[in-house]
Design a protein around this ligand. Structure first.
Ligand SMILES: [Zn+2]
Ligand SMILES: [Zn+2]
Length: 848
């Protein structure tokens, strides 16, 4: 007798061990006649432990990879480590472990977890971004970008903690103060930094969003907003004393400029600093506004910031009508959008209106709705006032009033004429602006890719020749020292010779933003051991674009814009043929517990290890797919995992009871499975037919979900229903071939969701071929079809309703159903049923 107790630890450890002994098990075929499928989950940061969010992300990708293997695809399913970055440096400071050691140790630990969870990765392609064999290609790309003037240096502001005497990342600025010195306000310092010219591709990045129909609409919208293309005009306002500074404002609505009643500066605008320098009270208020703005930026909702401002007491002159308007500084004006200065037109802009109401600034209407034109004229004829439109009136569908020579023009006409006017009179022009900025990649930190540039006294900035790559990141660097980049404290790194003149030179000590690493890592997977190029173009062309990319929506902007930029650049240097890296994108929902995001401080973190130990990897993975549809937020319930565990136990016991026990039985079952191809629905008794129908309906639901909405929760629920029907039919006499067929398909359907158990049962069924590449079951639409009969129902001989019944229902059941029908109930309510007649074709209810 077989042990009918489900012991996931025993089963899973046995299979995990077998799978790890087979290094080519999940390997993609180098050349294949099969269609290719590249499925990818975003690579993790090696923090040292997987969390449940990872498990959910990988369980989705793994189910899909297994499904595609079973459908005969050549599947590429790799994994790697986004292993440069700040946490390694922080850990190094707090535990005195060198970043490299800490990082590689974490990778080992997380790989053990991934293997224990049974994810089917092709580890021969593993990419670890902090190793020179990978980051040398970051350096190579940097040189290519530099050659094409897509990498350049300019002065830019950085966060600076005067206590640490070092640069802080945005994430290290907490409420305007240093994360390590909570009472120290972070300053802005100007430093020379390296930038990548992402803006060169701004138009294309925007346009091609329309060519990504299989991306979530919300991600495309976020990217559109981030790129933020707007057509508008620049107009120069001058401070109203002789030799006064020029404030160039950017506006998309120059047609409303006669309604401008103030000019507003960003708190970090240079003119703000100038005015504040001479006015201590103003300076104090500006500091507050900066802190408010930084706080809102950090929490990501600058758009909903509570608007505050301060009147500088100065005036600027509107060049169109020579009017003096007050100059304000406001916390909602961003220095890095447009010019960092706006004209405020409260009558025709929501934000300006709100601000003007709050501070009592004049609201002057200069646009009226165009359709109200006739009403206005007839109203004037009556010498009564026209009903003014509700302010702010912000649409472009209007015409100008109170605007001197431009009065009467439509908004669209006025925008054209008025920006032309500004250009002719030399105080402005039409312009195209993007919110997208060039990408600042310099980090004054240790744990990142060294930027391959040197500074020579004679030759200036000189790129490191390609043949000298990689510029190796030195080890044993004391990163606890304060003051500047850690690499400036390493003389053997810092001091070098100039590749051009051979004289003494100094290396760049900044390292690259880690988003550089993740911008192209998925190309490296296609040819991960190449030491002559980042990857072979032909091989990459075979695999790209990625068929399905899966990750968190928090990467909707930065990573997914940078990697699109990188792809376009690689295309332009002839490295790839595709315009876009990712064909289909899926963003899974977050995992929460007890209504809150899992976090150590809340003590509500669920560890994957604990779940595996209590319920097994299959149950933990399957639960993360079952609890809700994968795009939604999942509220973790241990009880739910226990429920999945019980279901898997049920499946295990069922197959253990019914699987053939001997070789002869196995052969018989196998041959009867083959005979099933000829099993005709018509030859089956109704119970058997019901099981067959349920099987084909289940296959259809699971298959449809893989191809469509990915509502794996309903797929798994369907498999559970099938299991229940099988259990109910277990003691009934079903044809052996059908029983074996359904049981075998049950195991196939479970394979993407509970791979360990499915493999164990597959073996138990006597199957010799690999389950990984076994054919996904096909459904027959005819067999899946519900057989139903429609029966008309009359009341006193008049047709009143219809009922739907299964063919096997009895005459009595049909009569009962007819009487119980809701519509019929309305007709017979309060009456007495004399008799119910079933003619064989219809039911007639006689009432009185
Ligand atoms: Zn500090
Ligand atoms: Zn030189």
């Amino acid at each position: 007798m077989r042990d009918e107790r489900y012991n996931p630890q025993q089963i899973e450890e046995k299979w995990a061990e077998r799978w790890q002994r087979d290094p080519v098990l999940y390997a993609a075929e180098p050349s294949s006649t099969k269609p290719k499928y590249y499925v990818l989950e975003m690579l993790p940061y090696p923090s040292g432990a997987l969390h449940m969010g990872h498990v959910r992300n990988y369980a989705i990708g793994d189910a899909l990879a297994r499904y595609m293997w079973m459908n005969g695809y050549n599947v590429l399913h790799p994994m790697g480590w986004d292993s440069f970055g700040l946490p390694a440096e922080n850990a190094a400071i707090s535990n005195q472990t060198p970043p490299r050691e800490w990082t590689l140790g974490n990778i080992e630990k997380m790989k053990v977890q991934m293997n224990r969870l049974g994810f089917a990765y092709d580890w021969s392609r593993e990419v670890t971004t902090c190793l020179p064999e990978y980051y040398r290609w970051n350096q190579w790309f940097f040189l290519k970008l530099y050659e094409r003037d897509l990498a350049y240096r300019k002065k830019s502001k950085v966060n600076w903690c005067p206590q640490c005497a070092t640069v802080l990342a945005n994430e290290q600025v907490v409420g305007g103060c240093c994360w390590r010195h909570e009472d120290t306000l972070v300053e802005q310092r100007e430093l020379e930094q390296w930038f990548l010219r992402t803006t060169k591709y701004a138009d294309e990045l925007l346009r091609d969003l329309d060519r990504l129909p299989c991306w979530p609409e919300k991600v495309r919208t976020m990217q559109r907003n981030w790129i933020g293309r707007s057509e508008g005009a620049l107009v120069d306002f001058r401070l109203d004393y002789s030799g006064g500074d020029i404030i160039t404002v950017f506006t998309t609505r120059v047609d409303t400029i006669y309604g401008a009643t103030s000019v507003q500066l960003a708190p970090e605008h240079p003119i703000t600093s100038e005015l504040a320098a001479a006015d201590p009270e103003l300076r104090l208020k500006v500091t507050q506004l900066i802190a408010e703005q930084n706080k809102a930026k950090e929490s990501g909702d600058i758009a909903t910031i509570e608007k505050h401002g301060v009147n500088t007491g100065h005036f600027a002159i509107n060049p169109y009508n020579a009017e003096r308007v007050p100059v304000w500084v406001a916390n909602y004006i961003l220095m890095d959008y447009g010019t960092g200065a706006i004209m405020s037109v409260p009558a025709h802009d929501e934000r300006d209106f709100e601000f003007a109401k709050k501070y009592g600034i004049e609201i002057r209407q200069v646009i009226i709705p165009s359709e109200s034109d006739r009403n206005v004229r007839s109203a004037q004829a009556d010498t009564t006032q026209a009903e003014p439109p509700e302010l702010p009136f912000t649409t472009l569908d209007g015409k100008l009033i109170n605007s001197a020579e431009f009065t009467g023009l439509s908004c669209a006409e006025a925008i054209k004429k008025m920006s032309g006017f500004a250009e002719r009179h030399n105080f402005g022009k039409a312009t195209l602006t993007f919110r997208l900025k060039d990408w600042g990649i310099s980090r004054q930190r240790y744990w990142g890719t060294p930027i391959p540039m040197v500074y020579c006294e004679k030759d200036g900035v000189v790129p490191v020749p390609e043949k000298d790559l990689p510029v190796i990141l030195p080890e044993n660097v004391d990163i606890t020292l304060t003051g500047g980049s850690p690499l400036t404290h390493v003389p053997e790194f810092l001091n070098t010779t100039c590749p051009r003149c051979g004289g003494p030179a100094r290396r760049e000590t900044d390292t690259m933003d880690t988003f550089v690493d993740s911008s192209w890592y998925f190309y490296r997977y296609t040819d991960a051991r190449n030491d002559r190029a980042p990857f072979d173009s032909k091989i990459a062309s075979y695999w790209f674009p990625i068929d399905q990319y899966i990750g968190g929506v928090e990467h909707a902007i930065l990573h997914l814009i940078y990697s699109r930029f990188w792809t376009k650049f690689m295309r332009d240097i002839g490295l790839v043929k595709n315009d876009e890296p990712v064909e289909r994108l899926f963003t899974q929902g977050m995992i929460i517990k007890g209504g809150a995001k899992m976090s150590k401080s809340l003590g509500n973190v669920v560890s994957p290890d604990e779940m595996v130990e209590r319920f097994g990897a299959d149950a933990a993975r399957m639960y993360s797919l079952f609890a809700t549809s994968p795009d939604r937020e999942l509220d973790w319930q241990d009880e739910g995992v226990a429920g999945i565990y019980r279901f898997l136990s049920k499946v295990y016991r069922f197959v253990a009871r019914n699987a053939p026990n001997t070789y002869v039985e196995t052969q018989l079952a196998a041959s009867s499975v083959r005979q099933d191809e000829t099993l005709q629905a018509t030859s089956l008794r109704s119970e058997a037919r019901a099981i067959q129908r349920k099987l084909h309906q289940t296959i259809k639901r699971v298959t449809d979900d893989f191809q469509g909405r990915w509502h794996f929760n309903t797929s798994i629920a369907a498999i559970m229903e099938l299991m229940n029907e099988l259990l109910a039919a277990e003691d009934k006499v079903l044809p052996a071939s059908l029983f074996a067929h359904v049981q075998r398909n049950l195991v196939l359907l479970l394979a993407p969701f509970a791979p360990y158990l499915a493999h164990e049962l597959w073996e138990m069924l006597g199957e010799k071929a690999s389950l990984l590449k076994a054919s996904w079951p096909k459904f027959d639409p005819e067999l899946a079809k519900e057989e139903v009969i429609e029966i008309p129902v009359q009341v006193n001989g008049k047709l009143r309703s219809k009922i739907i019944v299964a063919p096997e229902t009895t005459k009595e059941e049909r009569k009962q159903k007819a009487v119980a029908d809701q519509k019929i109930q309305n007709f017979i309510a309060g009456k007495q049923i004399v008799k119910v007649i079933f003619t064989g074709k219809l039911v007639n209810i006689v009432v009185r």
